[in-house]
Design a protein around this ligand. Structure first.
Ligand code: 5RP
Length: 259
């Protein structure tokens, strides 16, 4: 890895623990005003200090996040579809030059393995890896799962491994049983989990804990933080699991605290 690429990457992975707590708030790029993010700045700015990085689109960043933030940005550069149409029909929306202008620490796009536009989305990943290599910007590949796919280790392992083979520097996927197999399939490319749909807080903390135990380097969580009744408590709880290896019971107490 070149110096610039390494430097950007090290802003995302915490130097002490080698782990990462990313806050995902890019949902609006195909879902519009997602519950909890209607006023994105009002929700995100109070919880941002507890995260290591922010996953967001350029429009949301420029609209709601002060440029003075010291949080590294993982910039969503794909889009082009909405929840009203075929979700895998994505294009690259944001140029690498704009990612540089924004001072992005990484760029990210989704890959729909098994989806209608599988080839195009793998093409999108290839394009941003090529550009990222040119400019020293790491790429986070997101394995997006169509409704018809089963979220098991076999499918997610296939999707993640394809992202690694195309050259992604980090992979984001869903937690499932036998998650170790997915981590193994990615070799030395770090894996983070998505939170997925909002579930009960204890269950979300259990999922994060199990993923870390199975070898994930961290969590890139959205709805399970910002749709919680205590977003600050929840992000602090997830942070304690990721960086301090606390038990789920201890983390749950952190979530419940309002201080
Ligand atoms: C969609 C994305 C997301 O915006 C992100 O994964 C959502 O996070 P969460 O599932 O935790 O709400 O990358 O593919």
């Amino acid at each position: 890895m070149d110096w610039g690429m390494k430097n950007r990457f090290s802003r995302i992975l915490n130097a002490k623990t080698g782990r990462c707590l990313m806050l995902a708030v890019d949902h609006g790029y195909f879902q519009g005003p997602t519950t909890g993010l209607e006023n994105l700045g009002k929700m995100v700015n109070p919880i941002l200090p507890y995260s290591d990085a922010l996953m967001i689109t350029r429009g949301a960043l420029r609209t709601w996040i002060p440029a003075e933030t010291d949080k590294p940005v993982v910039l969503r550069v794909s889009g082009g579809q909405s929840i009203l149409k075929e979700l895998s029909n994505e294009i690259i929306t944001t140029s690498i030059q704009d990612a540089v202008r924004i001072n992005a620490s990484a760029v990210t796009c989704s890959v729909y393995v098994g989806g209608e536009y599988e080839k195009e989305t793998i093409g999108n990943l290839s394009q941003i890896v090529n550009e990222g290599e040119n400019y020293g910007i790491p790429v986070l590949a997101v394995t997006a799962v169509g409704k018809e796919m089963v979220r098991d280790a076999r499918y997610l392992g296939l999707a993640c491994r394809i992202c690694v083979e195309i050259g992604a520097h980090m992979v984001k996927t869903y937690y499932c049983e036998n998650f170790e197999k997915i981590v193994e399939a990615c070799g030395k490319v770090p894996v983070v989990i998505a939170g997925g749909k909002k579930i009960e807080e204890k269950a979300a903390l259990e999922m994060a804990s199990n993923a870390i135990k199975a070898g994930a380097v961290g969590v890139d969580m959205g709805r399970n933080v910002f749709q919680s009744d205590n977003p600050v408590g929840m992000i602090r709880a997830v942070r304690a699991i990721v960086h301090e290896n606390v038990s789920v019971a201890e983390a749950y107490k952190i979530y419940q605290s309002r201080s």
